[in-house]
Structure formats: structure tokens, C-alpha cells
Design a protein. Structure first.
Length: 276
């Protein structure tokens, strides 16, 4: 007589067979994926897609701020940024200069009580403002407060908007005020370079920094700027990260050439004075 099989044992065997089957399926999928990645034809070169993207020069007429930020019954919209003077968010200073070329900006720098002292050059990082006009004649308020905070924070006058944290995220928001339109591929690459600059170039290990410099050198061998043929927020954040990490002098040839292109633009000059 055949011994009666324990139902629980039978269920366990069935479960093992199902797991083995799934493992084989997973192995096949991974093998197929690795072959695809190793195949040169699978390398996706987005250069052509980026070059066909529509770029408009940043110095053209201002975009409609009311359209981008929402109409606020004619009141001045205010951007307020808290930043630690021990690690100034240089990219935000470059973007402030760019915005001043496009819009009428009411700029101000203050020091919070949490900070004992701030170097004179940081107190004057926005330069000397021209003769102040009545508040309602400005399009945008831009206030920088030197404060003891772990990372830059930005608050905006739209009450429903949550505060934005982190230099990269604030830089993205400020650059969006130029009204530039990018396709999905270009936007993703720009975001990727911004994150890479902040988390690997600025905050990463020496090995990570070296890898980023090699990637930048390769990208800048194909295009004038990190993404396409026009300056984007990726260039601004990456250039500033290089300055703060002291990696600029060790940068390879294409990166050195790109850095000079950045430095030839007026908005970078205010930051270069801070670094002297």
C-alpha cells in the first residue's frame, strides 16, 4: 500500500516548485537585460533629441510671471531664502543675477539672530541696488537671510505652497521663472546633472567626484553645455559645486573650457568676487 502523503508536505513541495519556477524566470529576464545593456546598439544617445529641443535665450523679454506664479491681486511676489553663511548657496546667487537681467527685482540681504557674524562680502552679495523705487513697481521680491540652517530653505508668497528645501530644488524653481520649455528627455537630464552636482560632486567622496568629472568631460565633448547648446540650471549648479569643492583646478580639458564659458557670462562674476 502506498503511504499516505502528508497534505502539508505536499503543499510545501508545490510552493518550492513555484519559487524555483519564478527564480528561473527572473534569471532569464536578468540574462536578457544584461545582453541588451552590453549590446552597443542599446546605448541610447540622446544628443540628437536634445539638439532638436527648443531653447530660447535667457536674455530675451521676460516671461509672464503672473501666468507662471498665479496672479496675486497686483501684490509683489516675494521669494525668501534662508541659507547658512558657512556654506553659501552659490548657484542661487548666480540665478539671482540672471533674474535681475530679466525682471525688476527688489533685492535684500539680512542676518538672522542665530548667526553671530557674517563676512562683509556675503552681506553685499547682491551688490549695490540701484535707486529704490516704490515697492509696487517691482515684479519680484528676492530676500536672502543668512541663518543657522542645515540646508537652504525657500519660502514663497503663495500661501498654499510648501517650503522648498535644498540648493538643487531651489535652483530648479528659480530657473523655471525664465519660462524655458524642455522636452521630457532634456528635463530628465537636467535634473540628473543637478542631483549629481549636489550629491556627488559637492557632497560625495573623492572617487565619486572623479567619476563625475569624467562624465562631465565626456558630455562636454559632444555639446557646449552639459545639456544641449544653451546654459541651463545644470551648468549653474555644477559650476558652483566645482568652485566650492576645490575640484576646478584638477578638471579635465573639456570641463576647463566649459568653466571659462560660464565665467565669461556676467551673472557668474558676482560669485567669482566672493571666491577671491
Amino acid at each position: 500500500l502506498q503511504e499516505e502523503v502528508d497534505p502539508s508536505l505536499q503543499a510545501l513541495e508545490s510552493r518550492q516548485e513555484e519559487i524555483l519556477k519564478r527564480l528561473y524566470e527572473l534569471k532569464s529576464a536578468v540574462d536578457g537585460l544584461s545582453k541588451m545593456i552590453q549590446t552597443p546598439d542599446a546605448d541610447f544617445d540622446v544628443t540628437n533629441i536634445i539638439q532638436t529641443d527648443e531653447f530660447s535665450p535667457l536674455t530675451t523679454n521676460g516671461a509672464d510671471l503672473d501666468l507662471m506664479l498665479g496672479k496675486d491681486y497686483g501684490a509683489l511676489k516675494d521669494i525668501v531664502i534662508n541659507a547658512n553663511p558657512s556654506l553659501p548657496p552659490l548657484s542661487l546667487l548666480v540665478l539671482h543675477s540672471l533674474l535681475c537681467e530679466r525682471y525688476r527685482i527688489l533685492s535684500a540681504v539680512h542676518t538672522h539672530s542665530s548667526v553671530k557674524s557674517v563676512p562683509e562680502k556675503l552681506l553685499k552679495c547682491f551688490g549695490e541696488q540701484a535707486k529704490k523705487q516704490p515697492r509696487h513697481e517691482y515684479q519680484l521680491g528676492f530676500t536672502l537671510i543668512w541663518k543657522d540652517v542645515p540646508k537652504p530653505q525657500m519660502k514663497f508668497s503663495i500661501q498654499t505652497m510648501c517650503p522648498i528645501e535644498g540648493e538643487g530644488n531651489i535652483a530648479r524653481f528659480l530657473f523655471s521663472l525664465f519660462g524655458q520649455k524642455y522636452n521630457a528627455v532634456t528635463s530628465t537630464l537636467i535634473d540628473s546633472w543637478v542631483d549629481t552636482a549636489i550629491f556627488q560632486l559637492k557632497e560625495g567622496s573623492s572617487k565619486e567626484k572623479g567619476a563625475v568629472l569624467r562624465s562631465m568631460n565626456a558630455a562636454l565633448g559632444k555639446t557646449s553645455w552639459l545639456v544641449g547648446n544653451e546654459l541651463t540650471v545644470a551648468d549653474i549648479v555644477a559650476w558652483c559645486a566645482l568652485q566650492q569643492t576645490g575640484s576646478a583646478n584638477a578638471a579635465p580639458a573639456n570641463v576647463q573650457k566649459w568653466m571659462k564659458s560660464c565665467e565669461n557670462l556676467a551673472p557668474f562674476s558676482s560669485v567669482m568676487k566672493l571666491l577671491q
